[in-house]
Structures are given as C-alpha cells and as structure tokens.
Design a protein around this ligand. Sequence first.
Ligand SMILES: *[C@@H]1O[C@H](CO)[C@@H](O)[C@H](O)[C@H]1NC(C)=O
Length: 212
Amino acid sequence: MLSIVLAVLIITWHKQVKCQDKIPGHFKLAGRSGVPAMHAALLPDGNVIFLDKIEDYTEMWLPDHRLAYSSIYEPKPEVDYRLTPVPVYSNAFCCGGAYLADGTLMTMGGNGPLTWLDDTVTDGFDALRYLYTQEKHKIWQEHQGIRMSSKRWYPSVQTLSDGRVFIAAGSLNGLDIRNNSNNNPTYELLDKDGKPQGESMPMEILVKNQPY
Ligand SMILES: *[C@@H]1O[C@H](CO)[C@@H](O)[C@H](O)[C@H]1NC(C)=O
C-alpha cells in the first residue's frame, strides 16, 4: 500500500516538474519603485503605490528635502512612467491595509518613530492613514486625534460587505511575541468612511491563538 502511495506521489511530483518546463510568462524590469517596496497596491486609476518603513535605503526625496517612504508609479508611456514621492507622517512599518468601498486606500498601524534616522516621522502604532489627493498630489493623510483605539504592529484588516472595516490583532509594541502582555488579541471597527467606531474588543479566537 505504502509503495502505491509513494508511486502516486512520485508520478504527481514528476508531473509538476514537467508542468514547470512550460514557462507561463516572465517578469520584465519596468522601472524602479524609488522606495523599498515593503507594500505595493494597485489603485483604482491604474497607478501603483509603494509604501515603506522609515529607513535610509530610499532613493527619493520629498520636495521639502525629507526622505520619501512612499511613491506612486504610473505605468503609462504618455507620462513617461512617472514616479512621484508621497509624504508619510508616521512610521508604516508592518501596517495593515484595506480599500474603503469608494476605492480609497487606507493603511493602519505600524511601528514607533526612529528619531535617530528621521525625526520628522512620528509614531505609527495606532495610525490611520488615508491615501487622498490634495492639489493633484497623493498624500497619506492622517487626521488629528483620529486613531485606532489601540496600538497594532502587524494587524490584519478586512473590508466587510457593509463597507465597515474590521481590524484585528497585532502587537502592542513589536516586542517579544512569547510574552502575551505585548500582544493585542482584540478587534475594532471603522465605519464605511474609515473613521473609528468604538473600542477594541477582546476576541476569544485571538486570545487562544496568541501570538497574533
Ligand atoms: C512582559 O511584557 C510586559 C509588557 O511589555 C513587561 O512589563 C513584562 O516585564 C514582561 N515580562 C517578562 C517575563 O518578560
């Protein structure tokens, strides 16, 4: 019996190897993202946004001479494949993200500031960032006092069928995951405009399955 199973496995494996001989396509270098592409998302207008954490490997600067951590790539010959830096106000390292029903891209959570590297970018642990267009330029807008109800490094985010946004788990501080006091086994909701809607609620499945 075992040998039959093994033979089937070997045939299956052999078939998979054979399938890979037919290369279904290939990647072509189309340009540079300008910033390390920790996150990439396709926008409703066909452009691509890249978003990175605070670091000094970035190749782009903002018009005000600060390092850029986000960029928009326009994959269109008529604008010569333009790449534009996008300002970020808080550290987006390991944030989550989701599209609102109207197509607005949001990112939430992240990490603390790294003032020794860049003291112009603030604490992003409980940030809510909205990718808005301001005077024809994209910015990661944050609103004073509009934040998640708890800190989340590495949250999971899902837009619900009624337009609300479900945000779950993450770490409170990005420290040792074996120590449960550092983890955040709760969820919270945003309304369909991406504005906070209530407190962080404990969730049993997250408590049972720590770390996040
Ligand atoms: C667990 O984490 C909490 C909060 O960060 C900290 O106060 C505590 O000392 C940690 N405990 C251990 C055993 O490391």
